[in-house]
Design a protein around this ligand. Structure first.
Ligand SMILES: Cc1cc2nc3c(=O)[nH]c(=O)nc-3n(C[C@H](O)[C@H](O)[C@H](O)COP(=O)(O)OP(=O)(O)OC[C@H]3O[C@@H](n4cnc5c(N)ncnc54)[C@H](O)[C@@H]3O)c2cc1C
Length: 394
């Protein structure tokens, strides 16, 4: 991928930068500059702002609402979003089920679901994990039995991020109980808000936020027309979607936000007669972090450029997931180090503390999960060993 910029690309960057500058609502900008956690409503407000401009899904094909930008324009766009510390958008519709419907959905499904995902009118969540089926996803037990034009669902999902806000959930369910586990799974789209028998019970993280839920299905009837791909063909859907998910989880934009904040904090932290940012040992840690981030960013864009040529993200997305999740955790370790005892605040401290002091410990705790969600890093290492390095299984 050629990363030297032409005059048109430089003009494009300027256009994007100016638009973000004037379009980002002031309260969101204030939070962005101060490293605070974005609430769901703020993510959706930013989603809708981007949608109105036509820029919410640059990674989608133009005919279904993408921008038609090339890989370099998307690179520039994402760099400018990171530079402005813009809120990350909810990935479940835009980055997961949307691309899956584009790839495998029927024409009716594309017409029904894609415009509402783009407009932010319908929020999605992901129902893959169950209490005893996380890493061993193929063992999942949510039962879906045919009855007339419907499937009747019974069972439980867990760790359903943002289910309490969601209008729709995409689930993997079991439609065949004998034979190979992977060959009995089906991918369904379920209307969370309007289907009797689906109950969402949110629970709290150690970061103090209500990030996810348990989702229960009790005789919930879901039309067969909501199936993506063939019955018992859900494992192919599951894997395609996970490829998209793991690429997103690299968190290139979030890491940029974190590094910007670390630098700002270090600049404001006095050490002797200077600032922490002038301290050679601290500078070396920042430099090492910048280098790791740069390498991740280039690897990520290679994957995106290849996706733009029509290739689905392959097992290399596991590398992005491991490296990105580890860097995200390291950022908050460095931030805690930079802040010392000022990192002991909590987000219910009102206006007494600066915003970044209120959120750093909560974010540090929450980010412990990055090496777990989207498939734990141990499992990603197994995937790399098997599918990329062609090593024999244990
Ligand atoms: C913050 C957060 C948000 C999440 N959001 C969602 C969501 O929105 N939707 C959803 O469906 N799921 C979600 N998940 C679930 C997530 O995908 C699972 O937690 C993850 O896949 C791991 O599964 P598990 O928790 O059952 O751990 P287990 O599978 O029980 O694993 C426990 C430990 O054993 C290791 N292990 C297991 N098997 C192997 C093996 N074969 N080789 C080596 N090590 C192994 C694992 O790596 C891990 O360290 C979320 C999880 C978290 C923490």
């Amino acid at each position: 991928m050629d990363m030297s910029f032409t005059p048109e690309q430089i003009r494009f960057r300027e256009e994007v930068r100016q638009w973000i500058e004037q379009a980002m609502p002031a309260p969101i900008r204030k939070k962005a500059q101060n490293g605070a956690h974005f609430e769901h409503e703020e993510q959706m407000e930013w989603h809708k702002t981007l949608y109105k401009k036509g820029w919410v899904a640059p990674h989608w094909p133009k005919e279904v609402g993408g921008t038609g930008w090339d890989a370099t324009q998307r690179f520039i766009f994402n760099e400018e979003l990171s530079r402005a510390s813009a809120p990350p958008l909810s990935p479940f519709g835009l980055a997961m089920v949307g691309p899956l419907i584009i790839q495998f959905g029927t024409p009716e499904q594309k017409t029904r679901y894609l415009p509402k995902i783009l407009a932010g009118e319908e929020v999605w969540c992901q129902g893959y994990s169950e209490p005893n089926s996380g890493s061993d996803l193929a063992s999942l037990q949510l039962k879906a039995e045919k009855d007339g034009d419907n499937y009747v669902l019974n069972g439980q999902k867990t760790w359903t991020t943002h289910a309490q806000y969601a209008d729709w959930i995409f689930v993997l369910c079991r439609t065949k109980f004998d034979g190979k586990q992977q060959e009995g799974i089906t991918f369904l789209l379920c209307d969370v808000k309007n289907t009797p028998g689906i109950t969402v019970k949110p629970f709290m993280t150690t970061g103090g936020t209500l990030a996810f839920s348990e989702t229960w299905f009790e005789n919930a009837r879901v039309p067969q027309a909501n199936r993506v791909g063939p019955e018992n063909g859900g494992w192919t859907m599951a894997k395609a979607l996970l490829g998209h998910e793991r690429t997103t989880i690299a968190g290139v934009g979030e890491i940029r936000r974190y590094i910007n904040l670390i630098k700002r904090i270090a600049r404001d932290t006095k050490v002797g007669t200077g600032s922490l940012l002038e301290d050679p040992a601290f500078r070396a840690r920042i430099a090492a972090l910048e280098i790791r981030h740069r390498a991740l960013m280039m690897a990520n864009y290679r994957t995106l450029a290849s996706a733009q040529l029509g290739r689905a993200p392959g097992p290399e997305s596991s590398i992005l997931k491991i490296v990105g999740s580890e860097i995200q955790q390291y950022c908050y370790e460095l931030m805690m180090d930079a802040m010392g005892h000022n990192a002991l605040g909590w987000f219910d401290s009102g206006e007494i503390l600066p915003m970044h002091e209120q959120w750093v410990a909560s974010q540090f705790n929450y980010l412990r999960a990055t090496t777990i969600y989207g498939g734990s890093n141990e499992i990603q290492r197994n995937i790399i060993a098997k599918l990329i390095l062609q090593l024999p299984g244990a």
